[in-house]
Write a protein that binds this ligand. Structure first.
Ligand SMILES: [Zn+2]
Length: 360
């Protein structure tokens, strides 16, 4: 695959030229590995990103197109040997070995000068980082799907931060270049932050990974991240390690925090409706889905405020509760264990309940 990077008319473009052994159809590297087919080799960003370190541009190319690359890569500009080695770390070889055609022994690695950039998703976790690190420059991706802006509450919020010089709202189609849409690798959600960090010469990128995803496989089992750093690299995750190796570490300040803690930290923004946990209702929280249910449960636990749970008495939420041996009686506001024992919402076995909601 040959990559081009160019800036024109105030926009930045990353173009992938497919070669004979590249793949038009591949699998997403997240979740169950859904089959994806590329329908657009041209990615745009509505901001100018020129004079960005070649390793950063190289990492952007990988984050977007990695599953479709066959075996050979030519980046827009030669990259450092360090990035080339990191992409071929042993653990990457389970996917493929990449022959990188343009590596420069003379290229000086990226060196951040000042500040941090927050890869802002708009949800509870990245809002907690905003609360904890108010000096971080906020970058949010405004997704464009088939030429149309995808509704998202966080767009408006970030646009207002941008007008104060504290953020950047970046429109891009990078999330929707394949069928079905979605990021192909989890670091796909960081590309706009990467570009902004490169432009601003930032030292770090913050992202909102929390305890559940960093160490608990989202509630399924404990993941020994420290032990796994032997083969993932010191950061504990081989994709994250790419950021470290190019000199722009992706830092996850909430790795040790549960959702209860991030909820507590983000309440200051929650009250101002600056958090969009779910965007199912035309960019706003729908208030009825399992995601909203989960957030309401945690909010109820943290604030102690009475929440009307009757709106969650629907198939999608009950399915999850039933799966975990609970049913929700919206009339009495009790959770019933299926053995018939009624349990008041806040008096149930919290560990068991957390497991229930973490599985949503
Ligand atoms: Zn919802």
């Amino acid at each position: 695959m040959i990559f081009l990077h160019y800036v024109s008319g105030g926009c930045t473009f990353i173009e992938a030229i497919f070669e004979d052994n590249d793949l038009k159809t591949s699998k997403r590297l997240e979740g169950v590995g859904v089959e994806i087919s590329n329908r657009n080799p041209l990615v745009f960003f509505n901001k100018e990103y020129s004079d960005i370190h070649p390793d950063i541009i190289g990492l952007v190319c990988l984050a977007i197109f990695y599953p479709f690359i066959g075996s050979d890569v030519t980046f827009p500009q030669p990259i450092t040997p360090k990035l080339a080695e990191s992409i071929n770390r042993d653990i990457f070889l389970k996917h493929k070995k990449l022959n990188i055609r343009n590596v420069s022994q003379d290229l000086i690695p990226y060196l951040g000068e000042q500040g941090e950039v927050l890869a802002f998703g708009g949800g509870m976790d990245s809002s907690a980082i905003r609360a904890l690190f108010p000096e971080a420059f906020v970058v949010h991706e405004a997704s464009i799907k088939n030429g149309i802006l995808v509704a998202d509450d966080a767009n408006e919020l970030t646009a207002s931060l941008e007008s104060k010089g504290r953020g950047s709202l970046v429109e891009t189609n990078s999330r929707f270049i394949s069928n079905p849409g979605g990021w192909h690798v989890w670091i796909g959600s960081i590309v706009t932050a990467l570009l902004e960090a490169g432009k601003r010469r930032a030292k770090y990128i913050y992202a909102g990974t929390i305890l559940g995803s960093a160490f608990m496989s989202n509630g399924a089992k404990y993941f020994d991240r420290h032990a796994s750093s032997k083969w993932h690299g010191p950061s504990g995750n081989y994709w994250q390690q790419l950021f470290w190796d190019i000199g722009l570490p992706l830092v996850q300040p909430l790795m040790g925090c549960s959702e209860i803690l991030t909820m507590q930290a983000s309440l200051k923004y929650l009250n101002k409706n600056e958090i969009s946990y779910c965007t199912a209702d035309n960019g706003k929280a729908c208030g009825v889905c399992p995601k909203c249910f989960r957030r309401s449960c945690i909010e109820n636990y943290v604030t102690g405020e009475q929440i009307d749970f009757s709106r969650f008495d629907n198939n999608a939420v009950n399915l999850i509760l039933n799966k975990n041996l609970f049913i929700l009686d919206t009339y009495t506001q009790h959770l019933f264990h299926l053995d018939g024992r009624p349990q008041v919402l806040l008096e149930i076995d919290w560990h068991f309940y957390l497991k229930t909601i973490l599985s949503v």
